[in-house]
Unconditional design. Structure first.
Length: 267
């Protein structure tokens, strides 16, 4: 499978790659204009284009946005467009006026991404060392330890600082991965199913942390989740189904629509 490679011909795109919405300098918005993403699957008869996201049009400005949908619906691919981990086959993505394809460094310094599996992010033996690594380009070496401890303390997990990451629970690792991302002070925080590994105590800790980031730091938070109660904490919610945004509404309305979708699929 090959992300970001445009097939020779994709039905229904009609030159969408040339379309786009220009953004004013410094605009605080995430804009998707007719964005499609797909992969080329090798088959005995040649490459076959398989769509993952189709014709996504969005302008996201709210402080907290939830994305819900079934496994395989396209949620993770949608999130990964925000910082250029995946690139669009057609259409345009702008993150506060920046193009992730043309300005990847600027976009990734602006957008922090927390994966569902913290093992994808934690590379050092202890949480303290991992966060110090995140700070290496921002904080002088002599100050990194104190700065890293401050980030861990902000999340209420300073007691884990020098524990082996292999001794931590999945939920603890998830919070450490979040701390490592917060250490670089992102303006936008993207989390892919952040509550999956969390027990009730750590889920509440995450909720309070996200609310504090929005209220105190002005961070915009975008998260996917299967936890429909957690989704209702957002200001706006999107339902993704079969690669399309089928509902864009208040969280209560989006959750109700998702429940109807699941019930109709089950009947």
């Amino acid at each position: 499978m090959i992300f970001g490679r445009r097939p020779t011909s994709v039905p229904g795109e009609g030159g969408a790659a040339s379309k786009g919405v220009s953004a004013a300098p410094g605009e605080q918005a995430i804009r998707f204009t007719d964005v499609s993403v797909g992969v080329l699957d090798d088959t005995p008869t040649g490459d076959v284009y398989r769509p993952i996201l189709t014709a996504v049009d969005l302008a996201l400005t709210e402080p907290k946005i939830a994305i819900i949908g079934a496994n395989g619906s396209g949620k993770s691919t949608l999130l990964q467009l925000f910082n250029g981990l995946v690139t669009a086959n057609s259409g345009q993505v702008l993150i506060d006026g920046l193009d992730p394809m043309a300005q990847p460094g600027q976009v990734r310094s602006r957008v922090g991404f927390v994966f569902t599996d913290p093992a994808a992010q934690l590379v050092m033996p202890t949480p303290l060392e991992d966060i110090e690594l995140s700070l290496r380009k921002r904080v002088p070496k002599a100050e990194r330890r104190d700065a890293a401890l401050a980030v861990l303390d902000e999340l209420g997990i300073a007691d884990l600082a020098e524990r082996s990451v292999y001794e931590l629970s999945g939920g603890q690792r998830q919070l450490v991965a979040l701390a490592a991302v917060l250490a670089v002070d992102p303006q936008i925080l993207v989390l892919d199913e952040p509550t999956t590994l969390l027990d009730l105590r750590n889920r509440e800790k995450l909720r309070l942390c996200l609310e504090d980031l929005v209220d105190r730091r002005g961070v915009r938070v975008i998260f996917s989740t299967h936890d429909l109660e957690f989704a209702e904490l957002a200001d706006r919610a999107l339902v993704v189904d079969d690669g399309r945004i089928i509902c864009d509404a208040t969280p209560a309305e989006a959750v109700a629509e998702y429940r109807r979708l699941i019930m109709s699929d089950s009947s």
